[in-house]
Design a protein around this ligand. Sequence first.
Ligand SMILES: [Zn+2]
Length: 317
Amino acid sequence: MQGTGYFTHSACRRHEMGRGHPECPERLDAIDDRLLLTGVADALLQRQAPEAPLADLELAHDRMFVASIRGLSEQVAEEQLAGGPDHLQIDPDTAVNASTWSAALRSAGAAIAATDAVLAGEMENAFCAVRPPGHHACRRQAMGFCFFNNVAVAAKYALERHGLERVAIVDFDVHHGNGTEDIVAGDERILMVSFFQHPFYPYSGADQPAANLVNLPVPAYTRGTAVRELIDTHWMPRLEAFRPQMIFISAGFDAHREDDMGQLGLVEADYAWITRRIKDVAQRHAQGRIVSALEGGYHLDALARSVEAHIRVLADL
Ligand SMILES: [Zn+2]
């Protein structure tokens, strides 16, 4: 079992939340361009993301909520035919357009298909270059640019459909993954470890609500060296003791120093270091099995460089 998969789909570029929105299709273009330019793309197993089956989305989400996202997306498409607006705001940060439903299905479908491919031994690990992102999506609520929780869906899928007993979720986005926490808190088959800027959107996570969560709130202007120490002190012993059979990564790159969405000071070398730590755990306990899915990262150049650094470690390049 070797090689790194790269799952994406053109539908992920057709979801848009309005002119100037930071969670924009150009994010995926920047990543693709960088991977092509550097030759990294040539070393990856390129795969088209399928649409997630509804029954699998419903492992993490309420059925009526899933139907409501479809309904809103269809409503925008219908109203556009009569001259209506091209997107519909569902909160101040998050909007649906006519392509949101299909993009969200491909996003979650990428994480599911990557899970299948890794567990089938077709590849050692995989990165999903997808949008919309997922880690703010709760069981019954879309928020913070997220609709379906791609990583939580895939983690539940690995447990329920593949019969794994223990999986870990690692979230290194600058924001707290409140949606993932909403879905996995109290599920002892899942260990979730994260750090995030605090106090900061979505203003949750500092209160350690369940024993299967390792939440590390860090103040603004924390540098990568300090984050690395926290990871070695707090994540690693828990991950080692848990012995996950597979690891999922909520790979947000908005803790980068150049990313104005947050105020943390990580750089490419920090993302490579964190990925190495995760990979070490995966190789000791999980036959190397990792599925990583894109979350945040809004400075296009810093995002592309950071994803490259992340993938180079995953793929041993
Ligand atoms: Zn974020």
